[in-house]
Design a protein around this ligand. Structure first.
Ligand code: HEC
Length: 187
């Protein structure tokens, strides 16, 4: 088979389902089937997924990330605590390989496939991060002046948000919305 005849249909499929990439516009359950019954876990706002197909009001998606050995929290990259997916059980994760980071910690490269409500996806990552920006400005300047977005490292913000989320009485959705905004911040 000539290369073109393989590539052309692939491109067409990609364009149909994922023009410009798909990002979670909110935390949303990832289901095993096209129904809201059994959740494999929860995809976290602003994480990127690959859209594979469309079934009614659901999209079949794949998320690929890295999980510390023995954990069920999948991060977007090895060595960076940017949360992407919380698995209900580590057994829902397909192991692709292993990677050791610069500190000697082992990260397992995993993928998970399932169905998410299509209305929880957006092609516009900056719009999604804008939700977190607005929340950050509204919720994080009532007791003290607003801290700068670049004051702390990507891996430091989660513990600050854990403490300040309690101070500010944030919901889980609000907490991760702000956390992902701060971790994605670039000047
Ligand atoms: C109810 C009051 C309150 C709210 C709301 C609040 N904070 Fe704080 N924040 C504090 C207090 C008190 C301290 C200092 C003591 C401490 O570190 O716990 C602090 C300290 C901090 C620090 C400094 C930590 C350090 O180690 O230098 C950062 C950064 C911070 N807050 C970020 C935030 C963010 C982000 C939000 C929004 C999610 C937020 N705060 C909302 C009360 C609040």
């Amino acid at each position: 088979m000539r290369l073109f005849s393989i590539i052309a249909p692939l491109c067409a499929a990609t364009m149909m389902f994922a023009a410009g990439g798909s990002f979670l516009s909110k935390n949303a359950p990832l289901y095993a089937e096209v129904s809201e019954s059994s959740a494999l876990g929860e995809l976290i706002i602003a994480s990127e997924v690959k859209e594979l197909s469309q079934k009614g009001s659901f999209s079949e998606v794949e998320f690929v990330g890295f999980v510390p050995e023995g954990s069920n929290v999948v991060y977007e990259k090895a060595g960076m605590l940017i949360i992407g997916f919380e698995a209900s059980n580590p057994s829902v994760l397909n192991v692709l390989g292993k990677k050791t980071d610069e500190y000697g910690s082992v990260w397992i490269n995993v993928s998970v496939k399932g169905f998410v409500k299509t209305d929880a996806l957006s092609s516009d990552k900056s719009k999604v991060l804008g939700i977190g920006k607005a929340l950050f400005q509204a919720k994080c300047s009532t007791c003290h002046a607003l801290h700068a977005e670049d004051e702390f490292d990507v891996n430091v913000w989660p513990s600050i948000l854990e403490a300040m989320g309690q101070q500010a009485g944030l919901s889980k959705a609000e907490r991760f919305s702000i956390e992902k905004y701060l971790q994605n911040y670039t000047k």
